[in-house]
Design a protein around this ligand. Structure first.
Ligand code: AOF
Ligand code: ZN
Length: 388
């Protein structure tokens, strides 16, 4: 049975997800104060990039109630001054008696600093509670500490035989309504959604999130080397309301760029890649520099093939519809060069699956960024006896 500390930590994790997409290159962090019975008095989170950290949001709300109390944090408090002053000092000043922490901070500037300061101040610290889930929550942030490109997810919605369009090009809809709602939920959780110009021409997608009370729309990223997007497309028509970035080749005329800029589209020129299209790595680096650390590719087989061939995909969100389409000229989900030797293909490191209405959803991890910081968290917990 799950213990009470883990239960509350997981509530903090879930709560912090409400602000996904708004924290940008900062981590999602949740916090809570509990009463003597262990019941939540107040739950809070880091709400937007550059704003108060989760523990300050909480302390500002609960004021003196923190005195002698117990606080939960999904991530250890920071100990350096960045855009905001060190949170650990505010925690110590609050008179809190006990702090329960999920994970040590993967940001080397803050790693273990806040935890040590709390211990040195005589505050009881429990570390590593639901550490894996606390790390999964910020896998994008963890990757961003080691890489100059974002965490990359690929969404596939296909038939059981891996087809995304019939031989006549019919693709709407293969998966059912419930799966499509799940995709919208995913969109609201990532920093950006990326697609190729081919998909824009054929499907005219809006690529926004249209479920529940979405508070953050992902930036839409279109790879369009020749800037051939139609000004009447849904993407361009909504560009004044939803951030839209179109990557084009350097030889696209400035006047044409300006034309689309007037519609609210941000057009960015990048060099050509080896294949004559866009230098993908440059695109990804630019997105990271724009504070986007988590992207989801929702594209046709060509773009997905390019990413797969370069081993760029960290995680797959696969929606499988219970049908076989068949046909040698039907469009498969992933093309590109593909692999010739089975022994060279990396299987998913792990995956979960569940039935969503009539479809199957598979969440497959191709790469792992959490193991190192989780192990370090457990190692510090065990060395300093911060279990109970
Ligand atoms: C957040 N929110 O709730 C926590 C963070 O530039 P700053 O001052 O916003 O600091 C960012 C760093 O603070 C971040 O890299 C992480 O190490 C630490 N913790 N950041 O944005 C939070 N707890
Ligand atoms: Zn902080």
């Amino acid at each position: 049975m799950i213990d009470k500390d883990s239960l509350i930590m997981e509530e903090c994790i879930e709560y912090s997800k409400r602000y996904s997409g708004l924290t940008k290159s900062n981590p999602k962090v949740g916090s809570a104060l509990v009463d003597k019975n262990g019941d939540i008095v107040k739950i809070s989170a880091h709400k937007s990039f550059g704003s108060k950290h989760a523990e300050i949001e909480l302390l500002d709300e609960v004021q003196d109630l923190a005195k002698g109390g117990k606080i939960y944090l999904t991530l250890e408090p920071c100990s350096t001054t960045g855009k905001t002053p060190p949170c650990v000092d505010r925690l110590i000043d609050s008179g809190v008696k006990e702090v329960v922490i999920g994970l040590l901070d993967p940001n080397p500037n803050n790693y273990f600093g806040g935890t040590k300061k709390l211990i040195d101040a005589g505050i009881k610290v429990k570390l590593g509670v639901s550490a894996i889930k606390a790390a999964e929550l910020i896998e994008d942030f963890i990757k961003s500490q080691q890489s100059d490109i974002p965490y990359i997810r690929a969404k596939l919605a296909m038939s059981m035989d891996g087809i995304i369009a019939t031989k006549t090009g019919e693709s709407q809809w293969i998966t059912d309504e419930t799966s499509r709602v799940a995709v919208h939920k995913l969109r609201s959780e990532v920093g950006a959604v990326m697609t190729g110009i081919g998909t824009v021409h054929s499907d005219d997608p809006t690529l926004n999130s249209r479920v529940g009370d979405v508070i953050a729309q992902p930036t839409r990223v279109i790879l369009d080397s020749k800037l051939s997007i139609a000004h009447r497309s849904s993407i361009v028509k909504t560009a004044k309301d939803i951030d839209t970035v179109v990557f084009v080749n350097e030889d696209v005329e400035d006047e044409r760029v300006k034309y689309f800029t007037n519609f609210g589209v941000k057009v960015i020129k990048v060099a050509k890649g080896e294949d004559g299209y866009l230098d993908i790595y440059q695109v990804l680096k630019t997105l990271k520099q724009m504070n986007i650390i988590d992207i989801m590719i929702e594209a046709g087989s060509t773009l997905l093939g390019t990413f797969k061939d370069r081993d760029l995909i960290d995680r797959y969100h696969i929606f499988l519809a219970p049908m076989i389409i068949g046909g040698s000229s039907s469009m498969r989900a992933v093309s590109g060069l593909g692999s010739s030797e089975l022994s060279n293909i990396d299987r998913f490191l792990s995956y979960t699956y569940k039935k969503i209405n009539n479809d199957i959803y598979i969440d497959g991890k191709q790469k792992d960024y959490i193991q190192e910081i989780v192990s370090k968290t457990y190692e510090v917990r065990d060395r300093l006896c911060l279990q109970d």
